[in-house]
Design a protein. Structure first.
Length: 128
């Protein structure tokens, strides 16, 4: 509203009042969002934490990265050894990627999760 007010040479309050009046009169009936062309609005992202048994880390990472639904694998410390990002265009396709990260030879347990936005941003900035 500040940009519009500046361009028109009026106060933000004037713009806000006018928009509210247009909404109340039914002239403005709703709003929409325009996304960048490369945005994937229907993409589903999930994260799973994986604990690796013994010295199987390379084998587990290779197996995970060989799965089409696994977008990335990050090493970590603490209770979990790896953090895998799984992406899919729908819930049906999400299943195979999540199953790829399920306990199997080389890793003994996992936990699916959705990271908070700040963790996701941190991983994008520093993937290792």
């Amino acid at each position: 509203m500040a940009t519009l007010a500046h361009k028109l040479g009026v106060s933000r309050g004037t713009i806000k009042n006018r928009i509210t009046r247009l909404e109340n009169d039914g002239v403005i009936t709703g709003y929409t969002v325009r996304l960048k062309p490369d945005t994937e609005p229907n993409e589903i992202k999930a994260w799973t934490s994986i604990a690796v048994e013994g010295n199987q880390m390379r084998k587990v990472i290779a197996a995970l990265l060989g799965e089409p639904g696994v977008a990335s694998v990050h090493d970590t410390n603490g209770r979990w050894d790896l953090l895998a990002e799984i992406r899919s265009s729908n819930l049906t396709e999400l299943g195979p990627g999540a199953r790829a990260a399920a306990p199997d030879q080389g890793h003994r347990r996992h936990r699916n999760q959705h990271p908070p936005d700040d963790l996701q941003a941190q991983l994008k900035r520093d993937p290792h």
